[in-house]
Design a protein around this ligand. Structure first.
Ligand code: 0O2
Ligand code: 0O2
Length: 208
């Protein structure tokens, strides 16, 4: 594909990521204004870089003219939560929205990946208004705790270094680190009440 064709293809994806970032960050602001614990800590988004799209297409044998139908994460949003239970609330909120249609959910929290990866993935069809009318595109929303995000970020960068093939000792350490992150989430859940009380006091001080 030529550069111009990529730009045409990716335009609506950029639009979708930008719009959804505003919308999903808006939920956090609503909770903050209501002085309630926000199940969302922060939201990030990205359009998959072209070399990563080409790489993944090759790996999964997706023809470039089938990207729109078969590659679900060209537009990617990530919602980070403080506590594991917040993930459920966020997914619940996403299911109730009527600005997109959820087409698939993948629960890598109950069913962690062999790597140790944990997250909840929601794939949705999101309508973007273009100059040529409405275009529905696939977006992937990953919902995870801060601990899951910490692990995934480190593992992702090591993946780049080792091209996906980790030496055995590193693989073992990563699996142990994933278990440690899981236990961290469990421990934090147990003192969730205390943490939230402290955060309410802190945010009151902040707004004084
Ligand atoms: P703020 O005011 O910092 O909350 P871009 O695509 O560059 O236009 P953006 O939103 O700048 O858009 O970048 P991206 O990469 O999508 O999201 C990064 C946002 O996540 C930034 O917030 C970071 O501050 C926030 N972020 C990253 N890591 C953490 C973290 O560990 N904790 C918290 N609370 N936030 C984090 P914004 O949008 O710039 O706004
Ligand atoms: P990026 O932009 O580099 O994050 P797959 O076959 O796993 O490549 P599939 O079947 O399309 O992908 O969907 P899946 O597994 O539900 O979601 C893929 C995305 O989830 C990945 O995107 C990662 O963001 C994240 N992910 C899945 N498994 C792991 C893992 O073991 N470690 C980490 N760090 N992240 C994971 P990409 O394609 O890597 O893109």
């Amino acid at each position: 594909m030529k550069e111009k064709e990529w730009k045409l293809l990716l335009g609506p994806y950029r639009q979708a990521v930008d719009e959804l970032k505003v919308k999903l960050k808006g939920i956090r602001t609503e909770f903050e204004l209501g002085k309630a614990h926000s199940p969302i800590e922060f939201v990030t988004g990205r359009v998959k870089p072209i070399p990563s799209i080409i790489d993944k297409a090759r790996r999964k044998q997706i023809p470039l003219d089938r990207l729109e139908e078969e590659m679900q994460d060209i537009a990617g949003l990530r919602m980070m939560c403080q506590f594991t239970d917040d993930i459920r609330s966020v997914v619940h909120m996403l299911r109730k929205r009527n600005d997109f249609e959820i087409v698939e959910e993948r629960d890598y929290i109950s069913n962690k990946k062999d790597s140790g990866y944990r997250s909840y993935h929601v794939v949705a069809k999101y309508p973007v208004q273009t100059a040529n009318g409405e275009k529905k595109i696939l977006v992937e929303i990953q919902i995870r705790t801060l601990a899951m995000n910490f692990w995934a970020t480190i593992e992702h960068s090591l993946n780049y270094k080792y091209g996906g093939l980790f030496p055995e000792d590193i693989q073992l350490r990563l699996q142990r680190a994933a278990e440690a992150a899981y236990r961290l989430d469990e421990e934090m859940s147990l003192i969730r009440g205390e943490i939230q009380e402290a955060q309410v006091i802190f945010s009151r001080k902040d707004s004084e």
